[in-house]
Unconditional design. Sequence first.
Length: 255
Amino acid sequence: MTYNNLEISTEDKIGLITINRPKALNALNKETIEELSNAFGELESNEDIRVIILTGSGEKAFVAGADIKEFKDFDGKQGQQLAQVGQTILFNKIENLKKPVIAAVNGYALGGGLELAMSCHFRIASDNALLGLPEVTLGLIPGYGGTQRLPKLIGKGRAMQAIMTAEMFKAEKAEQIGLVNEVVALEELLPRAKKIASKIAFNSPVAISKAIEVINLSDSDKGFEAEINAFGELFDAEDFKEGTTAFLDKRKPNF
Ligand code: CAA
């Protein structure tokens, strides 16, 4: 598949998606949302790929939000559809992807940009990153899941304050409050993301896929039961036999 706003590369079981609209600070227009949805689908079904990294092109922005120029004349119905379609085809799709997705946040991650990073399974950031949900400055609220995912990551009180004030968190603060897992120098961002991805790629993909599914249920009342069922199902999978045999043979598993 060819993309107008993305660059895709694959190497050593890792797929790298780079959002490439630097003139608009990688803002998410309709086409980019659709392309991202297709790119995640493509890498999810690529058997050579175990982990996906998502980043933005350039040194300034991961993603500066939904494309304001595109929705500035929308009415209520169109606004609702924007959020509905975006959440369905992209943000929820990433969160529930069967393969791990790491956001490598390289600069501004604002509005839809932070929402995109939050729908990834975890985030690492460069030291120049600035993260926030400034929608109220436009007379809006976050529409790509930000009101739901931010409180889960940083707590309700902090999320209330962040959304009401539209404040931007510097990378270090974002790490302190659990919005990102690690902060590294900009030039170290992709190497570090790839290092983490390689570590994940070495482990059982079947187990990792189940872990994603069950961790995503941790806020529901179905989580514990889902864990029991998934735990049981994994005993019947090939990877369990390989993992335990390798341990007992004192060798590395080959998943
Ligand atoms: N949409 C469209 N274009 C954008 C954009 C966005 N979200 N963010 C930046 N751009 C464009 C600018 O319009 C500008 O284009 P032109 O050169 O054609 O004028 C270009 O990118 C560079 O931006 P700036 O000149 O503004 O760069 P700066 O360094 O002065 O400021 C910034 C950087 C602080 C990120 C500023 O661009 C900014 O505040 N951007 C908007 C952030 C924002 O409000 N995001 C939320 C969007 S709403 C949303 O996401 C809704 C939702 O939840 C679904």
